[in-house]
Ligand binder design. Structure first.
Ligand code: ATP
Length: 279
């Protein structure tokens, strides 16, 4: 089991309860998508899984290790080296070179001398180039991060996680700054990377079409709780309206979702518009 959350709650320092009663089990090698409206708690959940936040309630096991307020700094550091996080806005020092930013993916795995040396002079230029090739950014190897577009910077963050070879990949809106074609290619890349290495992938996506067409399992989050946890083929209009609809129960327009729902694995694969086809 890669992730096990049993009745997990998260209350932020200001007293706001961002997550309550989260029950979720994710097997090693499984890929799941988190969907839900803005402010639902997707980032809070991913940050909790990443151990950036510790649960305020319930029990959580990550990569076989129990995580709680009692976990030691040493335990958490070792665990975090096995987790790769992709953020909406990559937390990369803008004056850093792209090559250094990618190699930072393994800083937690390298001995201190090598990590420090890599900050001064890149220790594995070939490895960084290979990771950048996979996100079509090899020409930016020695560029400074402040010379990149927002979408390019987001792909550097993805190259960093590819280079890290993490056992658990937690991706928070990993394609929010990318155009539709690159979004599809990048989500495919993450799913294929996880499958090839037997890694676990949890990705939050606002692009419901990508979630439904690229992931076998969909977890809907609303108001800090799990609204549903279903195979993609069983997520239809009813689930999506319950997730994104108004609090008074009135429906909201969800453009194009009929075609996307029809494009689930149970439906005719030929019906999937090419730009949405993940498989
Ligand atoms: N550090 C914090 N302190 C207090 N409240 C927070 C904090 N971080 C998030 N929240 C609140 O927790 C709730 C969930 O936020 P979160 O960022 O997890 O949502 P989300 O589903 O990722 O949203 P989005 O799709 O807009 O990124 C929101 O109401 C937010 O205001």
């Amino acid at each position: 089991m890669s992730l096990m959350l049993d009745d997990v709650g998260l209350t932020h320092a200001n007293g706001f309860a961002a997550l309550s009663g989260i029950k979720l089990s994710v097997n090693q090698g499984e890929s799941i998508a988190l969907i839900g409206p803005s402010g639902a708690g997707k980032t809070s959940l991913l940050n909790t899984m990443a151990t950036a936040y510790l649960p305020s309630a319930g029990r959580m096991t990550v990569l076989g290790q129990a995580v709680s307020a009692q976990s030691t700094a040493r335990e958490l550091k070792a665990l975090r080296a096995r987790i790769g996080s992709v953020h909406q806005a990559a937390p990369i020092p803008l004056r850093q070179r792209v090559v250094t930013a990618v190699l930072a993916g393994r800083l937690g795995q390298w001995p201190l001398w090598k990590a420090l040396a890599s900050l001064a002079y890149p220790q594995d230029i070939a490895g960084a180039r290979e990771a950048l090739e996979r996100v079509q950014l090899e020409d930016k190897l020695f560029a400074r991060c402040d010379q990149l577009s927002g979408g390019q910077l987001q792909r550097v963050g993805i190259a960093r996680v590819l280079y890290q070879q993490a056992e658990l990949i937690l991706a928070d809106e990993p394609v929010s700054a990318l155009d539709p074609a690159l979004s599809l290619a990048t989500v495919q890349l993450l799913v294929q990377e996880a499958a090839a290495r037997g890694a676990t992938l949890v990705a939050s996506l606002h692009a419901v079409d990508l979630a439904l067409s690229c992931f076998a399992r969909i977890v809907g989050i609303r108001d800090g709780r799990i609204a549903f946890d279903l195979p993609a083929a069983r997520v239809g209009d009813a689930q999506l309206q319950a997730l994104y609809g108004n609090a008074d129960g009135s429906a909201v327009p969800l453009p194009g979702l009929h075609s996307m729902v029809a494009a689930t694995p149970e439906a005719d694969a030929a019906a999937i518009p090419p730009v949405l086809a993940c498989r």
